[in-house]
Design a protein around this ligand. Structure first.
Ligand code: GAR
Length: 210
């Protein structure tokens, strides 16, 4: 049984999608804990209502990033994770933290990386005149929003899209691709060679939605 710990900062809809797929699809895995850096994060209440272990490590309570991450690592490692997921976790992580979980740390980012790392991805895609937008699940490396890509989803950018309407369309695809990537990982179906990730069984590592 693989143990998954999920880090969130807010509503946690991706965390919910992973937890539900894990349960409904009967993965050989369990969500061992959900941890937030924001004590009032809505996703924590949902996780607790599902009987999951939860914790908050408030970054504002620490003098610097190092001290915050040390406390976070202590909370996470209590649950001995095989896989750590960033699911809307909105803190930049140091190379030390990333190195501690090397090879077992995944993130979902709301753009087609390497385009639009960082914040306001949907606004920037619209302003740039992109015709496609999307989301990326990737292994986390020290460089922000980089790292080997596991799966991507793409959706059209409509001429009447607002940042909000585009975000909603992309989010619906995130709820498909993140559980898929996690299932592949926990079932040992991913092959990592340098910067390239392959699904051993050759399942499509992309999702196109019109
Ligand atoms: C998601 O769209 C996720 O891709 C994004 O935050 C949202 C969290 O939603 N993550 C990032 O922007 C990380 N750079 P959720 O809390 O409902 O899963």
């Amino acid at each position: 049984m693989k143990r998954i710990v999920i880090l969130i900062s807010g509503r946690g809809s991706n965390m919910q999608a992973v937890q539900q797929a894990c349960r409904v699809e009967g993965w050989k895995a369990e969500v061992a804990a959900v941890i937030a850096n924001v004590p009032g994060a809505a996703g924590l209440a949902w996780a607790a209502s599902q009987g999951l272990a939860t914790a908050a490590v408030d970054h504002r309570a620490f003098p610097d990033r190092q001290a915050f991450e040390a406390a976070l690592i202590e909370q996470i490692d209590r649950h001995a994770p095989d896989l750590l997921l960033l699911a809307g976790f909105m803190r930049i992580l140091t190379p030390g933290f990333v190195g501690h979980y090397a090879g077992r740390l995944l993130n979902i980012h709301p753009s087609l990386l390497p385009a639009f790392g960082g914040l306001h991805t949907h606004r920037r895609a619209i302003e740039t005149g992109c015709k496609l937008a999307g989301a990326t699940v990737h292994f986390v490396t020290p460089e922000l929003d980089h790292g080997p890509i596991v799966i991507q989803s793409a959706v059209p950018v409509r001429t009447d899209d607002s940042e909000h309407s585009l975000a909603e369309r992309v989010l619906a695809t995130e709820h498909v691709i993140y559980p898929r990537a996690v299932r592949w990982f926990v079932h040992g179906e991913l092959e990592l060679a340098g910067n390239l990730v392959r699904h051993r069984g050759g399942e499509p590592q992309w999702l196109l939605t019109s």
